[in-house]
Design a protein around this ligand. Structure first.
Ligand SMILES: [Zn+2]
Length: 364
């Protein structure tokens, strides 16, 4: 039953979402990406609002910020529309679905978008060219995307990282790797040199759908980090700040700050959570990432580097290319009923609490 919500292709995800909206009698606004998918299919971000369009509160879910992670995100969103037992909006809180904000990455099985940009590093001020510094990345960059991918390439990468860890410490090296970089368009975690299509589209969507709202919370759906099937809640805000304190009030110790104290996560200033604010006057905004664990960390890292190499230097249709793509996809979307069930149940819990708590807050 739950399995049926989770798609096998981008096109299936889109048609599942559109037919779920039709069944729920919802209008859909579609935003077309300038590029095409691997089967020359058109790519869209589709948006629908469940509940009262004039509700003062809105719970927003976004999928596919990291392209390939959108298969799980789409499954959650389609299930929310299809399952009568899923959490429902109330008269004062609506539920907005932003389905596949980075459809290109999803269709092509990449985390990045059509410009090799990691959308979760793209929400910075591009106008002045004052990008967040990341000097240590310069020492990593030569080892990340080799010209040839084989076991040797990964071993070379691992020994380079071990050496840099000894020199600078593990945490600074990990942060340099993940926080984003703005100088190497053909490497990982590249934040781009302008607002991407997805970035601008997200602003347009918010203007269109949140104009009436007083308060909104965005739940951005991700996979690939943390324990298998568990959805961890993450925010770049810190204890003592309004956003963190509200989320903590809702979710207790299940919410983690990516910037305070000891954390596995290297918060990026250009993430959708940290860097995006809807261009809507007077809107009280909070954003939280919901990150579902999949496979073991080291395995994911290896597959991620291989997939980056493949798209920049390899042949997608070679035997090696197909293998890399299969492994990479599995890292972000395990094709296992148990995993999908866990993801689904946790989503119900998290989204249900957001709807309920926001409704209660708006009444007082
Ligand atoms: Zn992600």
């Amino acid at each position: 039953m739950v399995d049926a919500y989770f798609p096998a292709t981008y096109s299936e995800a889109r048609s599942n979402f559109l037919s779920a909206c039709t069944a729920a009698e919802l209008a859909v606004e579609s935003y077309e990406n300038p590029e095409k998918g691997p089967d020359d299919e058109a790519l869209y971000c589709d948006v629908a609002l469940l509940g009262d369009p004039n509700a003062p509160g809105v719970v927003v879910t976004t999928s596919a910020t990291h392209g390939v992670e959108g298969y799980a995100g789409s499954g959650i969103q389609v299930g929310m529309l299809r399952d009568p037992a899923a959490p429902r909006p109330s008269p004062n809180v609506a539920l907005l679905f932003i389905h596949t904000i980075n459809p290109h990455g999803m269709a092509w099985l990449r985390r990045e978008n059509e410009d090799n940009v990691d959308l979760n590093r793209n929400f910075v001020d591009h106008a002045g060219g004052n990008y967040p510094e990341n000097d240590l990345f310069e020492e990593l960059v030569d080892y990340l995307v080799p010209s040839v991918w084989d076991d040797n390439a990964y071993e070379t990468y691992k020994s380079a990282i071990t050496e840099l860890n000894q020199k600078y410490g593990e945490v600074p090296v990990r942060k340099a790797m993940h926080k984003g970089q703005y100088r190497h368009p053909n490497s990982i975690h590249y934040g781009g040199d302008k607002a991407t299509w997805s970035n601008e589209t997200l602003s347009r969507i918010c203007v269109e759908f949140l104009d009436q709202a007083e308060r909104a919370v965005m739940i951005d759906l991700h996979t690939g980090l943390g324990p298998y099937g568990y959805g961890e809640l993450m925010t770049p805000s810190k204890p003592g700040e309004a956003v963190f304190d509200r989320l903590h009030d809702w979710y207790g110790d299940e919410v983690h700050s990516t910037t305070a104290g000891a954390t596995l996560y290297a918060g990026s200033k250009g993430s959708i959570l940290a860097g995006f604010r809807p261009p809507v006057d007077g809107l009280e905004w909070a954003a939280v990432g919901l990150e579902y664990g999949t496979r073991e960390r080291e395995h994911i890292r290896r597959c991620m580097l291989a997939n980056t190499w493949l798209h920049l230097h390899g042949d997608l249709d070679s035997e090696l290319g197909r293998q890399i793509r299969r492994d990479f996809w599995d890292c972000y979307y395990p094709d296992e009923s148990e995993w999908k069930q866990l993801v689904w149940e946790r989503s119900n819990e998290v989204i249900g609490i957001a709807l309920e708590r926001m409704a209660a807050e708006l009444k007082t």
